[in-house]
Write a protein that binds this ligand. Structure first.
Ligand code: DGL
Length: 263
């Protein structure tokens, strides 16, 4: 029979971290795929956007917030629901917390590259994600399958942070951003930042429904499920888990996160 200590460990929450409200796009998938887990979600909107900061700044911010999450909320596993923070800090986090499952997110290049042999794939992400080693290693694996065109889109982050994910401003920004690629014959789009799925409607309005749009949220939720199962850490409860949302930007960002969670 399982002892009390083991059950207690399994009932601890999963910690989810993002630079702001974008991580909610991953939370949505985790709630769907792992409904019994309690989630503690922290967004660092007061310091967002991370994508235009230095690598050292993003690493420091991520390490200190995850450290607080582990110390104060006793999380049993951590999801870095931010492509930028993953590229800057996942190696350091895994080294620092070798016994806590640490799940990162990466741009969904695979399904986009496999969608069409020799296709052109627009990869939207932050400047930092595109610059870092992690992206280049991943891109190398698919470079013979498709032409990957990385494109930084920092304003999508700030528009989503301002609650303008489906707005005239978003349409106008995307029109300017995509204009140089309009005639390029884009076959697929990758959303390599967790804020971007909230702009999916506006992105599809531009490219049309025939251009598929991929993001890494579901893959990350499935990876969390796999890691919890492998470590025998799944919550045995049959009730729906509790989702606690916190944000360094205060009540306004918490309200926005609640709203984004219902989309
Ligand atoms: N949500 C983050 C990501 O997935 C970055 C947004 C930001 O620049 O803060 O990359």
């Amino acid at each position: 029979m399982e002892n009390e200590k083991e059950t207690e460990e399994k009932r601890k929450p999963v910690g989810i971290f993002d630079s702001g409200v974008g991580g909610i796009s991953v939370v949505r998938q985790i709630v769907r795929i792992l409904p019994s887990e309690d989630l503690y979600v922290f967004g660092d909107s007061a310091n967002a956007p991370y994508g235009i900061r230095t690598l050292e700044e993003v690493r420091e911010l991520t390490l200190s917030h995850v450290e607080a999450m582990i110390r104060e909320n006793h999380v049993k596993a951590v999801v870095i629901a931010c492509n930028t923070a993953t590229s800057a800090a996942i190696t350091a986090l895994r080294r620092r917390y070798p016994t806590i499952p640490m799940i990162g997110i990466e741009p969904a290049l695979k399904p986009a590259a496999l969608f069409k042999q020799g296709g052109k794939v627009l990869v939207l992400a932050t400047e930092m994600t595109i610059r870092e080693e992690k992206y280049h290693e991943l891109a190398k694996r698919f470079s013979d399958r498709a032409e990957l065109i990385p494109l930084p889109a920092p304003r999508i982050v700030t528009l989503v942070e301002d609650g303008k994910h489906d707005s005239k401003e978003m349409d106008a920004y995307l029109a300017g951003l995509f204009q140089p690629y309009r005639e390029a014959g884009i076959d697929a789009v990758v959303l390599g930042c967790t804020h971007f799925p909230f702009a999916r409607a506006a992105i599809s309005r531009y490219w049309g429904e025939t251009v598929p749009v991929f993001d890494g949220a579901e893959g990350t939720a499935r990876e969390l499920k796999r890691r919890l199962t492998e470590n025998d850490l799944r919550n045995p409860s049959e009730d729906r888990g509790k989702v606690v949302l916190e944000n360094s930007g205060g009540i306004e960002k918490i309200r926005l996160s609640e709203q984004l969670l219902t989309l």
